[in-house]
Design a binder for this molecule. Structure first.
Ligand code: DX5
Ligand code: ZN
Length: 224
């Protein structure tokens, strides 16, 4: 099932002392979504930001808020992120045992649902959950930090999930996250990914608009 190409800059790489300005700049530069990385220091060894920061940004942009929860036992906080203005909430398969319950809570809150796997988790674990998600996020680095190098071996997960989705006939997006640049976005796109998170490649560029366009062009040419 063909999906439109989307570019989701990750706020983790933005200037945190200028968040409102950064979000406006990324919107003007043609970003499709804003990717918001929430880290708790337990599920991943780093702490980023939580629902209050997302709620504070919500009135200042029309961007679609794509919240990536890298937190242990996410059911505890779903209502907070719904209230903060999330449009989509991604949970990690490895972060809980009640994935279905969490995905249902997200849907009941009126948000889109997504499930993610870390590089070492095999894609087949996601198959029973496909009817309950709008997107699958395949991590292309170990979650926890921006600015890491793209792991080519994670593309087997993109290929596997892409096959599963095609067989299911469900309209599920495939997002990749970690180390994505204008030089390598063709690789996940050729494996079936349509949705590209990019932190450093966008926010470390002088021209956000050119950076987003370059990733989009590279991906669009290879997407199948
Ligand atoms: C990593 C985060 C990513 C990260 C991407 O745990 O989930 O979203 O911010 O940053 P880059 O594009 O710099 O790898
Ligand atoms: Zn992320």
């Amino acid at each position: 099932m063909n999906q439109p190409i989307k570019i989701a800059p990750s706020l983790l790489a933005a200037d945190f002392s200028e968040l409102r300005r950064e979000v406006r700049a990324i919107e003007d530069a043609g970003a499709d979504w804003l990717h918001l990385d929430v880290m708790d220091g337990h599920f991943v060894p780093n702490i980023s930001f939580g629902a209050p920061i997302i709620a504070a940004l919500r009135p200042h942009t029309r961007l679609f808020f794509d919240v990536h929860l890298m937190i242990e036992d996410p059911i505890r906080y779903i209502a907070d992120f719904v209230r903060a203005g999330a449009d989509s909430i991604t949970i990690h398969y490895e972060s809980c045992e009640n994935q279905l319950e969490v995905l249902s809570a997200i849907r009941e809150g009126g948000c889109r649902t997504a499930i993610s796997i870390k590089p070492a988790t095999p894609a087949f674990v996601l198959e029973p959950l496909l009817p309950f998600v709008d997107m699958v996020l395949i991590m292309s680095v170990e979650p926890g930090f921006g600015g890491q190098s793209f792991m080519l071996e994670t593309m087997q997960n993109v290929e596997a999930v892409s096959r599963m989705i095609r067989d299911s006939g469900l309209p599920i997006e495939i997002q990749v996250d970690g180390g994505i640049t204008a030089e390598n976005a063709d690789i996940p796109a050729s494996c079936g990914a349509n949705n590209f998170v990019a932190g450093s490649a966008v926010f470390r560029a002088n021209d956000y608009s050119a950076a987003i366009a370059a990733i989009r062009d590279r991906a669009a040419a290879a997407y199948r």
